[in-house]
Every structure is written in C-alpha cells, then in structure tokens.
Ligand binder design. Structure first.
Ligand code: RB5
Length: 149
C-alpha cells in the first residue's frame, strides 16, 4: 500500500514519528513524504493540496496530513472532491472514520497529540477496513452527491 504524508512546520516532529512508526510496523507500506522538511513557516493548504492530489490521482491509496491542530489541514483537505478527511485525536474516532466513513485522509495535530496516542491512532486507522455496509455506502454516496450540488 502507498501512503502519502505531509505536514506544515507545526507538526514536523510528529510527521517524522509517524513515518518511523509506519516504517517499523507496516513493512509492506511505501510512504511518500511531500514535506515540509524544516521548521520554516509554510502554508498548510499547499501541503494539503499535494497530499490530496496524490490520493485522488491514485498515486497513493490514502494520505496523512499534520499541522499544529490538524484543523487547518482537515478543512483544506475536505475541499477536494473525493477526499474524506478525518481529524482524529482519539482511537475510537480513527476506528469509526475507517469503518463507517471510509476516510481516505487522516489529519493529526502535532501540538495536540503525544507520540504514544498518535501511534495508536495511526495503527488503528491503518488497519481498520471500511465495513462496506449498505447504510454506510448510502451515506457516503450522499456526501459525494453534496460535492456536486
Ligand atoms: C501554524 O501556526 C498553524 O496555524 C497550523 O499548523 C495549524 O494548526 C492550522 O490549523
């Protein structure tokens, strides 16, 4: 599986930690890091655009976005048709965002989460499958319909 990851300066260290976790625990996962790569201030929508672009083109199956709170990244990501970005600060939300919402992008807050909790959130999000239940498919189809209104 290919994962694309990106952060702004507010979550650089958590991005590095998430990459370390992915490399250590998900041997079959290839990670493409689109930056940022230093603490110089950058605008999170630019990074969100790169990550969402790779998910929508199929270059990556799913994406992970990180900023100080995760809020800016999630707002920006959800502007892209076909992106279902879930901002998660707990494991239950990460689980449900996959099982019920089929989230294809995970947003995390580098100034919100400790490394331990972030690791559990990422592990859960990576390993949980969409349930495929009819009711959830129907609701996601309605979200897609909203994108075209
Ligand atoms: C950058 O200072 C900060 O605004 C950004 O990382 C993020 O938290 C925005 O939602």
């Amino acid at each position: 599986m290919k994962i694309v990851i990106g952060s702004d300066h507010g979550a650089l260290s958590l991005k590095d930690e998430v990459k370390r976790i992915l490399a250590e625990q998900f041997k079959n996962v290839e990670v493409h890091d689109v930056g940022t790569f230093d603490l110089k201030s950058v605008d999170y929508p630019d990074i969100a655009e790169k990550v969402c672009g790779e998910v929508l083109s199929g270059a990556a199956e799913r994406g992970i976005l990180l900023c100080g709170t995760g809020i800016g990244m999630s707002i920006a990501a959800n502007k892209f048709k076909g992106i279902r970005c879930a901002l998660c600060s707990d494991v239950y939300s990460a689980w449900m965002s996959r099982e019920h919402n089929d989230s294809n992008v995970l947003a995390l807050g580098g100034r919100v989460l400790g490394f331990g909790l972030a690791a559990e959130i990422v592990r859960t999000w990576m390993t949980t499958k969409f349930s495929g239940d009819e009711r959830h498919k129907r609701r996601i189809a309605k979200i897609t319909a909203l994108e075209n209104k």
